[in-house]
Ligand binder design. Structure first.
Ligand SMILES: CC(C)(COP(=O)(O)OP(=O)(O)OC[C@H]1O[C@@H](n2cnc3c(N)ncnc32)[C@H](O)[C@@H]1OP(=O)(O)O)[C@@H](O)C(=O)NCCC(=O)NCCS
Length: 185
């Protein structure tokens, strides 16, 4: 079984999620603010659902298709969010990055720091050559994180999320990319 390694950044530890994280994940990811900008996180979000989400991440990691980390503060080990790579495609050396951080920890650069660490891991340790990330066009905070990481956006990559109604404000999506060569510069 492939388990996510533990990565350390200046202020954070990125570590495998465990079933014991379920209550914290449900509380943080279940907030209204997170539901307002994401389509894959349920709201309300029960501990049982969070545990099932963690179990699914662990099982996907074991197949090598994902590498999702819990994001914790280095100083006190407090879990504040999650970041990771999904749809890891070794044939095309590509993956998607996703992230969320609990509202009490917004505005401190943690998402940018964690996102950059997961991308660096993807290029340096997982053999990837390109990582993409997408979000609804209106999700300015998420787009700002992608831009701070050094990802770039081209209008030609914009798309309407196929699972959302035409009237849903989250339907228009933007896609950002970064290559191993971009990160090296
Ligand atoms: C997207 C999300 C993670 C962004 O969180 P965030 O706190 O805005 O992002 P960062 O952690 O990079 O913090 C950036 C802010 O911290 C500030 N900051 C403070 N100290 C900093 C530091 N040391 N380094 C960098 N930025 C710092 C920046 O100036 C910026 O401030 P601003 O919000 O006033 O512009 C968060 O809004 C979220 O979880 N949203 C819901 C889930 C979601 O949308 N996920 C994306 C879909 S893939």
């Amino acid at each position: 079984m492939i388990e996510p390694p533990t990565l350390e950044t200046e202020r954070l530890v990125l570590r495998p999620l465990t079933p014991e994280d379920g209550a914290t994940v449900a509380r943080l990811a279940g907030s209204r603010e997170i539901a307002d900008t994401t389509i894959s996180i349920p709201h309300p979000y029960s501990e049982k659902q969070a545990r099932a989400w963690i179990a699914a991440r662990t099982s996907q990691s074991s197949t090598g298709k994902e590498m999702v980390f819990g994001v914790a503060i280095r100083q006190d080990a407090q879990l504040i969010g999650a970041v990771g790579l999904r749809e890891m495609d070794t044939e095309h050396a590509q993956a998607e990055m996703g992230f969320w951080i609990g509202v009490p920890s917004w505005g401190r650069g943690y998402a940018t720091e964690a996102g950059l660490a997961s991308i660096t891991f993807g290029f340096a340790d997982a053999g990837l050559e390109e990582i993409v990330s997408f979000t609804s066009a209106a999700n300015v905070r998420s787009r700002a994180v992608m831009e701070r990481i050094g990802m770039t956006h081209e209008e030609a990559d914009d798309f309407d999320h196929p699972e959302l109604e035409e009237t849903d404000p989250l339907r228009p999506h933007v896609l950002y990319r970064i290559s191993a060569a971009d990160l090296a510069h």
